[in-house]
Design a protein around this ligand. Structure first.
Ligand SMILES: Nc1ncnc2c1ncn2[C@@H]1O[C@H](COP(=O)(O)OP(=O)(O)OP(=O)(O)O)[C@@H](O)[C@H]1O
Ligand SMILES: [Mg+2]
Length: 501
C-alpha cells in the first residue's frame, strides 16, 4: 500500500487576474482526518476542485495510491475514489431526496428501468448512518431545512464508497447536535480506512477531529503539522500572518426605543406563537437548534413567507410586510443565511451586487452615479477585506467566504433601522469575523437595531446584549447579558426545552 492515498505536488492553478494556488503540495494518508484551513480566498476550494477534476491545473501532479493520475472531469475523479461534499450545496430543490442522493448515478433493474425501491433503501441507509433515519426519501429536498439538505449532500458522498472523502465546510449549516452526529460519522468513516480532508473555519472542530492539519495562505502551502503540535494561536498566526487579540470585540451602545415588536407570529406547522421586542442600540441574538424556527421567524416578519397570524410593529406602528420590498421600505434589512439562493446575483459583478438593495441612493437624474458607486464599493471592499481582483469581478468567481462578505456589504449600503443578520459569520475566516463584529458595533452605536440569528454560542455570548432562545417554533427564554443565566449551559438547556430557574 502506498504511503499516501492522495498526493499533490507543485500544483499551480490560475484564473484571470488571480493565482488561486501556487506550487501547492499536500499528502493525505489512508484513514487520516486531515484538516485544511486558511483565510477566505486562500485557495482551499480551488485545491479541492483540482482533486475532484473540476479544475485542471496549469502545473503540477496528482498521485492516487502512488500512481500518477490526471483528471479532466469530475467523473474520472469520482471513479478514482474521490468524493466531495461541496461548500455550496449542490442539491436540486425540486427533486426528492432519493434522486439527489443518486444524482448522476443510476441503479437499474435487469429490465433496464431504475430500481427505485433499492435506491430508496440505500438512500435511507446512508441517511441513517448520518443519524437521520427519519428523513423520508420521497420528500422534495427544497422542503427540508438547510441542515437536512446538507445531510442529503453528505449522504450522496457516503453512498459512493470513496477512499478519500472531501468535506468543504460541512458543518457550517448544522446545529450543535448535527455537528456531533457528523463527527461521529466522520470518525466511523475513518475507522473504515477512509481518508477525510476536512475544511473548516472552526478551529475547535479541527482540534477535536483532525489528526493533521495543513494551512494555506494566498494560494500557498504554509505548514502541515500533527494536530497535537498545534495551538489556537499558532493556527491563527499561520493563517492570517499576524496574531488576533480579541475574537469578540464587543462594544456597548445605549438601549433606545423599541424599533420592532412582533406579537403572536404564527405559521402553521412552523411557528406556534412567537413574540419579542427589539430595541435600537442593542444586539438581540436568536439562539436555538437548527429547525427551531429562528430563520422562519425572520422570513415571516420580513414578508418572505406568508403568515397565518400575528402582528408586526415598526417604531410602534403596525406594518403589513406583504413582501420583502415592503419590509425594506419599512426600514428592515435582512441578510439571509442562504447566500446562493437569496442573497446574491451570482452572474453580476461585486459592485452591482453591493448596490442592489439600495439602487435609489445612487440615482443621479435618470442615471446611476457610477463615481459614487465605485467609491462606496471600494469602501466596502476595504472595510470587509473582500478578496477580489476588482469591483467588477463576477460574484460567482469569488470564494465562498468572500461572497458572504458581499452580502453583508450589500445590506450595510441599504440605510435601514433594523438589521437582521442570519448566521452572519458562517463560512467566514476568524480574521474577517472580527470585521463583521465591528460592523455590528458601528450599527449599534448609530442607534440601529441589530438582530443576529446564530448557532455559534461563543458568538452569541461574545456579542449579544440579549438572547432569545427558540425551540420548535416557540420562544423558550429571553436572557439579558446581565442575567446569571447568560451562559452556554442555560442557553442550551432552553434550546432543548428545559426550564431555567
Ligand atoms: N472560477 C474562478 N474564476 C476566477 N477566480 C476564481 C475562481 N474560483 C476561485 N477564484 C479565486 O481564487 C482564489 C481562491 O478561491 P477559493 O475559492 O479557492 O478560496 P477558499 O480558500 O475556498 O476561500 P473560502 O474560505 O472563502 O471558501 C480567490 O481569490 C477567488 O476569487
Ligand atoms: Mg471555499
Amino acid at each position: 500500500m502506498a504511503e499516501y492515498v492522495v498526493e499533490l505536488k507543485h500544483v499551480t492553478k490560475r484564473f484571470p487576474g488571480v493565482v488561486a494556488m501556487r506550487d501547492m503540495h499536500i499528502q493525505i494518508k489512508p484513514g487520516e482526518i486531515h484538516g485544511l484551513i486558511g483565510e477566505n480566498g486562500a485557495g482551499k476550494s480551488t485545491l479541492i476542485k483540482v482533486l475532484t477534476g473540476v479544475h485542471v491545473p496549469e502545473e503540477g501532479e496528482i498521485f492516487i495510491d502512488g500512481q500518477k493520475v490526471s483528471f479532466s472531469n469530475p467523473v474520472q475523479a469520482r471513479e478514482a475514489g474521490i468524493a466531495c461534499v461541496y461548500q455550496e450545496l449542490n442539491i436540486v430543490p425540486m427533486l426528492p431526496v432519493v434522486d439527489n442522493v443518486f444524482m448522476g448515478r443510476r441503479v437499474v433493474k435487469s429490465n433496464g428501468l431504475l430500481d427505485y425501491p433499492r435506491m430508496h433503501k440505500e438512500a435511507h441507509e446512508a441517511l441513517s448512518v448520518l443519524g437521520h433515519p427519519e428523513v423520508d426519501t420521497h420528500t422534495e429536498c427544497g422542503k427540508l431545512g438547510m441542515g437536512l439538505q446538507q445531510m442529503v449532500e453528505i449522504a450522496k458522498a457516503v453512498s459512493l464508497n470513496a477512499k478519500l472523502l472531501i468535506m468543504d465546510e460541512p458543518t457550517s449549516s448544522l446545529g450543535e447536535q448535527e455537528v456531533k452526529q457528523l463527527m461521529t460519522t466522520v470518525r466511523k468513516l475513518k475507522s473504515q480506512g477512509i481518508a477525510i480532508l476536512f475544511v473548516s473555519h472552526k478551529l475547535e472542530e479541527l482540534f477535536e477531529l483532525c489528526d493533521r492539519v495543513t494551512v494555506m495562505r494566498d494560494g500557498e502551502h504554509i505548514l502541515t503539522e500533527d494536530m497535537t503540535n498545534m495551538t489556537n494561536e499558532k493556527l491563527i498566526q499561520a493563517m492570517v500572518g499576524r496574531s488576533l487579540e480579541n475574537q469578540f470585540p464587543k462594544e456597548y451602545g445605549t438601549r433606545g426605543e423599541c424599533m420592532l415588536e412582533v406579537k403572536h407570529l404564527k405559521e402553521i406547522g412552523v411557528l406556534k406563537d412567537v413574540s419579542f421586542k427589539a430595541y435600537g442600540g442593542e444586539i438581540l441574538a436568536f439562539a436555538g437548534l437548527v429547525g427551531a424556527g429562528r430563520t422562519e421567524t425572520m422570513r415571516a416578519l420580513f414578508g418572505a413567507d406568508k403568515l397565518d397570524g400575528g402582528e408586526v410593529y415598526v417604531h410602534g406602528k403596525k406594518v403589513n410586510n406583504k413582501n420583502p420590498g415592503a419590509a425594506i421600505k419599512n426600514g428592515i434589512a435582512f441578510l439571509t443565511e442562504d447566500r446562493k439562493g437569496q442573497g446574491l446575483v451570482l452572474s453580476l459583478g461585486v459592485k452591482t451586487n453591493l448596490i442592489l438593495a439600495n439602487m435609489k441612493r445612487f440615482k443621479k437624474g435618470l442615471l446611476l452615479d457610477n463615481g459614487d458607486i465605485e467609491k462606496v464599493s471600494q469602501e466596502r471592499i476595504k472595510e470587509l477585506r473582500i478578496k477580489t481582483p476588482s469591483s467588477d469581478e463576477v460574484v460567482a468567481q469569488l470564494s465562498g467566504g468572500n461572497q458572504q462578505k458581499v452580502v453583508i456589504g450589500k445590506w450595510i449600503n441599504c440605510d435601514a433601522d433594523i438589521y437582521i443578520f442570519d448566521e452572519p459569520t458562517r463560512g467566514i475566516d476568524v480574521g474577517a469575523k472580527v470585521e463583521v463584529y465591528h460592523v455590528m458595533n458601528d450599527l449599534v452605536k448609530q442607534g440601529k437595531c441589530v438582530i443576529m440569528v446564530s448557532s455559534e454560542l461563543p458568538e452569541v455570548l461574545g456579542m449579544a446584549d440579549r438572547v432569545v432562545v427558540m425551540r420548535e417554533g416557540e420562544v423558550m427564554a429571553e436572557i439579558d447579558r446581565n442575567s446569571p443565566h447568560f451562559n452556554q449551559e442555560d442557553i442550551m438547556k432552553a434550546a432543548w426545552g428545559g426550564k431555567i430557574a
